[in-house]
Design a protein around this ligand. Structure first.
Ligand code: G3I
Length: 459
């Protein structure tokens, strides 16, 4: 990867520095009498989506925009929940090579650097696509265009060699509708049907380890378009053209609902000998209906052995490409939606784990992991008053064994059995709608589950 702009990536703090910072925040009486609060776990509590998916042998990712990484709530939600990222726009041709043979990797590098600093994997999106293509590409003749396409693939994949788990080599090359025909594009129109094969062959010569995917939308069920892609993949596999995976974008709404044959369609592609990935999932709607649709998608992936992961197309409804349809798992204030709980449950986690404990209506408790290091992490719970002021609050936190809480700040813990109940220190009075936070340090002792944060109660 090229140079990362100074200051663009949070410096990785040495664990001992983290520990010192946590200890300096330690309030009197914070530790239990033994000096450590040991909490037996809720065995079902798997907090982050990424952890829950990993337990099922999958990744759970999100699209990320570099210009939001500096927003604390965006970054903390991303860091707490996902284990794979896809740059939403930063690896597209217009972002990387707006001028021929002059490459600008800074924004994409920021995302890759952030992901690496948090132990997340990266999907590459996308090398050859008719959209977000700089004007100069369309102006080239066939010979020049072939050379430009192969050069773009080579330069970009070389830059990120070893850092991308899967590349969308070609995106959206087929038309919608009943024709099953290729879409008109500079590549199709000037290089002909062979451009996809050529792109994949070039990609394989550059990075033999990255999975090479074909990615498209409206291919989620059986239809003319998915049949055409299926025929292409079958032909590639028969002739030894290198292709490893097919991405199903999965942008759903009432006009384009989750197809009833979604799982069967994924399975028929997998049966050709490729992995399948859900690459840009978002489902317009809200509440239980939206949650039920997300459940269908996750269950379909889990039922197909070669479905290796799911990526949602954004962290929060606030920044979705179709924000008004509220299609994502977190609302514009980063609150978990019913769809989040449904996805976590479908992945085998529990909705209390790692997240929003909900509450009585008087207050809510929302968990985020604020930092992590080898052997430990810091967690933070935001306590928010509902529509009325409160003068006191209580939040139960269960940290799964063998993890142990070693410090708590801005809150007073007491333990009963396996539950650490946290009450305010100085921060009990909250005006309607206002919030405070408390934090804690956990020594993992090899454990990986996130803490389960229960419901906030207020008085
Ligand atoms: O960054 C510029 C900003 O400087 C400028 O002021 C503004 C004015 O329009 O534009 C900003 O760029 C926008 C960019 O998103 C970043 O927000 C582009 O106009 C806008 O076209 C672009 O939209 C992206 C879209 O692809 C482009 O086709 C969406 O964010 C992105 O979510 C969307 O993603 C695609 C996948 O790549 C392929 N599958 C479909 C999916 C949804 O359309």
């Amino acid at each position: 990867m090229a140079q990362i702009p100074p200051g663009s990536i949070p410096a990785r703090t040495h664990p001992s520095a983290r520990a010192r910072r946590a200890l300096s925040l330690l309030t009197a009486g914070v530790l239990a009498a033994a000096g450590v609060v040991a909490l037996a776990g809720n065995a079902q509590a798997v907090g982050a989506l990424g952890d829950a998916a990993a337990a099922k042998g999958r990744y759970f990712g999100t699209a990320v925009a570099a210009n939001h990484l500096g927003e604390a709530a965006y970054a903390s939600t991303l860091n707490a929940q996902f284990d794979s990222v896809t740059p939403e726009n930063e690896m597209k041709w217009d972002a990387l090579e707006s001028t021929r043979d002059s490459f600008s990797f800074a924004a994409a590098d920021r995302i890759v650097g952030h992901a690496q600093s948090k132990g997340m994997k990266v999907r590459g999106h996308t090398l050859v696509w008719h959209s977000q293509l700089p004007g100069w590409v369309g102006g080239l003749g066939a010979t020049d265009l072939r050379s430009a396409m192969n050069n773009h693939i080579t330069q970009v994949m070389t830059h990120y060699k070893g850092e991308i788990h899967s590349w969308d080599v070609v995106n959206e090359a087929y038309q919608d509708g009943s024709s099953g025909a290729r879409r008109s594009s500079p590549f199709q129109d000037k290089l002909g049907n062979g451009f996809i094969e050529e792109a994949f062959r070039t990609a394989r010569t550059v990075d033999a380890d990255a999975k090479l995917c074909y990615n498209d939308y409206n291919t989620d069920g059986r239809n003319a378009k998915s049949n055409a892609v299926y025929d292409m993949v079958k032909d590639f596999k028969q002739r030894g053209v290198p292709i490893d995976c097919v991405g199903f974008q999965s942008h759903f709404n009432s006009n384009s609902p989750v197809p009833s044959d979604f799982q069967a369609n994924l399975q028929r592609f997998a049966d050709l000998g490729v992995d399948v990935q859900i690459t840009e999932l978002d489902i317009e709607g809200s509440g239980s209906a939206q949650a039920a649709n997300y459940t269908k998608v996750v269950n379909a992936c889990l039922a197909v052995t070669r479905c290796t992961g799911i990526t949602v197309w954004g962290v929060t409804d606030k920044y979705s490409w179709r924000s008004s349809g509220t299609p994502l798992l977190f609302d514009g204030d980063y609150n978990k939606k019913p769809a989040y709980d449904a996805v976590l449950a479908a992945l085998g986690g529990s909705s209390g784990g790692g997240g929003d404990g909900g509450g009585t209506g008087a207050c809510t408790a929302t968990y985020t992991q604020t930092s992590t290091w080898n052997g430990g992490y810091n967690g933070q719970v935001t306590v928010k008053a509902g529509g009325s002021a409160i003068t006191n609050w209580t939040v139960p936190v269960t940290v799964p064994s063998p993890q142990k809480v070693s410090a708590v700040w801005n809150g007073t813990p007491s333990t009963s059995g396996d539950v650490m109940t946290v009450r305010p220190t100085w921060n009990g009075s909250l005006a309607a709608g206002s919030s405070t936070t408390f934090g804690f340090t956990v020594t993992t002792n090899g454990g990986t589950s996130a803490p389960a944060v229960g419901a906030c109660t207020a008085s």
